[in-house]
Design a protein around this ligand. Structure first.
Ligand code: GTP
Ligand code: MG
Length: 321
């Protein structure tokens, strides 16, 4: 396939086309992904998350510089949390990193987090495979860390960087609930603003409390993306942390876990569609609802009747289920 050749050569047009294909979740993508898959596994995948406006994109922009100074090719996927129809954050993220758009070794793409079949992580995990096969050394996924979708996306990364900034008290309280555990590394951005030292101390305190191994606490780094301060330290810590993950075997464990989740998700998705079709839900649901509304049938009786009909059609032996 010409598209595959183009991707393996790292050409921008085929890349963009392939990512659109996975974004729309078209069936043609399956062959594409499977053919690219043997070429994947080389890229380092960084997840960057944190509350809105913490400075994630500005930070990513600066990290791209550091990566480029090592001659690394970098791809960024910015997950746009708005609906596919508004595209607000998309514009902000693009602007923040715009100066790299002329560099052919940097690829920046936004993906909508809502309104797509199978959810964002599906499209995103395929996009990562495409970029990986295209030979990008580093793939950065930026998501806004508030909801479940974002946590799912972060699960696609090898290493997760949580970006916080002073003056966002409520968000940080909310984040402590679930998002704190997923950070391999913490950045307190906007250190030029008051309250950053205090926030760093707070985060370290929370991390200390929740950790069973105080020796291995994730690093907390003060930075100012805007003023390019602390970027070198952050970048070095990122590299060290990544090496640690590789050496400890933790990276391969994480990747296997990811494959497990992905296979489960795809299987369940496909089974769901198969069942939907077999049971002819869409064709019958109005009628079934009417029967239940008129109390001619009870809800569970109705459901079990349909399931039994389906089992018979599929010749599923009841005793085995
Ligand atoms: N004072 C200060 N402002 C910063 C710093 N870094 C980023 N900003 C500003 O903070 C605002 C948000 O920055 P972004 O990089 O877009 O933040 P983000 O986390 O990507 O935002 P979303 O993607 O919308 O969640 C912008 O106005 C930046 O210029 C910093 O170190 N100090
Ligand atoms: Mg952003």
């Amino acid at each position: 396939m010409k598209l595959i050749q183009g991707i393996l050569q790292g050409k921008v047009r085929p890349l963009a086309k392939a990512i659109s294909l996975v974004e729309d979740n078209l069936i043609d993508k399956e062959e594409l992904i499977d053919q690219l898959y043997p070429h994947t596994g080389k890229a380092a995948i960084w997840g960057v998350t944190g509350p809105p406006g913490a400075g994630k994109s500005t930070l990513v922009d600066k990290l791209i510089d550091r990566e480029r100074s090592q001659d690394h090719r970098v791809a960024v996927i910015a997950i746009d949390p708005s609906s596919p129809f508004t595209g607000g954050a998309l514009l902000g993220d693009r602007l923040r990193m715009q100066r790299h758009s002329l560099d052919p070794q940097v690829f920046i793409r936004s993906m909508a987090s809502r309104g797509h079949l199978g959810g964002v992580s599906w499209g995103c995990s395929d996009a990562i495979k495409i970029l990986d096969a295209a030979g990008f050394n580093t793939i950065i996924i930026e998501t806004i860390g508030v909801g479940q979708t974002e946590i799912e996306v972060v699960e696609l990364a090898d290493l997760v960087m949580l970006v916080l900034a002073p003056g966002m008290g409520d968000e940080i309280q909310a984040m402590k609930a679930g998002v704190m555990e997923i950070g391999d590394l913490f950045v307190i951005n906007k250190k030029d603003l008051p309250g950053s030292e205090k926030l760093k101390a707070e985060i370290e305190y929370v991390l200390n409390l929740s950790s069973d191994n105080p020796e291995q606490l994730p690093p907390v780094i003060l930075a100012s993306a805007q003023k390019s301060e602390g970027i070198d330290e952050l970048w070095k810590k990122l590299s060290t942390k990544y090496q640690q993950l590789v050496k400890s075997g933790y990276l391969s464990a994480r990747r296997k876990e990811r494959i497990k989740k992905e296979l489960s998700r795809i299987i369940l998705y496909k089974v769901h569609h198969l069942l939907d079709k077999k049971i002819a839900l869409q064709d019958n649901i109005d009628n079934w609802a009417e029967q239940v509304y008129l109390k001619k049938d009870m809800p569970y009786t109705m459901v079990n009747k349909q399931i039994n009909r389906f089992k018979k059609e599929m010749r599923l032996d009841d005793s085995k289920n």
